[in-house]
Ligand binder design. Structure first.
Ligand SMILES: *Cc1c(COP(=O)(O)O)cnc(C)c1O
Length: 229
């Protein structure tokens, strides 16, 4: 846990960039420590883990879901999640809409795009996303609010490539804004940038950076009791 680094990153950010502290794999005590420092936005990538932490931590925490979300797990986070960054299929968006309706709320969502070279990273292509936005299914979803886009760059030392991928995500954002959300002030977020690449992401127009290891230290995957918590 590096509070000094947190404060350093936080104070270096332009006003329009929000810091999401990625607390996945980290205990609730670490989250509480950063909460006491004034941080309110936290990111998690497992539904049950987020639910468990939500139950024991202060209720004014804003919970951001940032990982691949299975449709059968949406129900765990639908009552309280602040923003789902990782909508990677129409089926998932439909399920989020359904669970949001059950909870009598509208859930803010970002559409995840596949901008990296690795094929392990989830997300839409621009074409797939446009097909969805033009379709009848999407028109009938009234309990989700599309607030922008999210993407992860390739895991590489090549920062020129990372920059090009962030530029691509920004250009996808511009295209969607112009064609589908021109008069919609909610569509404004570009979630990109992690510990190793956030300065580039900010230069390329990020509005939300998702920082884990720089703040909380390296993640010890071996300490996880089960990948499901
Ligand atoms: C883990 C994770 C992060 C944070 O990664 P760090 O490199 O530790 O900052 C950001 N975004 C997503 C989607 C993640 O899964």
């Amino acid at each position: 846990m590096n509070i000094e680094k947190y404060n350093e990153i936080k104070s270096s950010l332009p006003d329009h960039v929000q810091l999401i502290a990625v607390s996945k794999f980290k205990p609730a005590t670490d989250i509480q420590m950063l909460y006491d420092e004034g941080n309110r936005a936290f990111g998690e990538n497992k539904a049950q883990e987020m639910k468990a932490k939500h139950e024991v931590l202060p209720k004014d925490i804003q919970w951001h879901f940032i990982g691949h979300l299975q449709t059968n797990k949406v129900k765990y986070i639908a009552p309280f999640v602040t923003l789902i960054h990782s909508i990677d299929s129409e089926a998932l968006l439909q399920e989020v809409d359904k669970q949001a309706a059950k909870n009598d709320r509208v859930i803010p969502c970002l559409i995840q795009f596949h901008i990296a070279k690795e094929d392990t990273k989830f997300g839409f292509s621009l074409g797939e996303c446009e097909t969805m936005l033009q379709g009848e299914v999407f028109q009938n979803l009234h309990h989700v609010k599309i607030c922008g886009v999210m993407g992860m760059a390739t895991f590489t030392e090549n920062m020129d490539q990372v920059r090009r991928e962030f530029q691509k995500l920004h250009s996808i954002f511009n295209t969607l804004k112009e064609k589908y959300f021109p008069n919609n002030p909610d569509f404004k977020e570009i979630s990109m940038g992690m510990t190793d690449d956030y300065p580039i992401a900010i230069e390329e127009g990020s509005t939300m950076i998702r920082i884990g290891s720089a703040i909380f230290g390296p993640r010890d995957y071996s300490q996880m009791l089960s990948p499901e918590i």
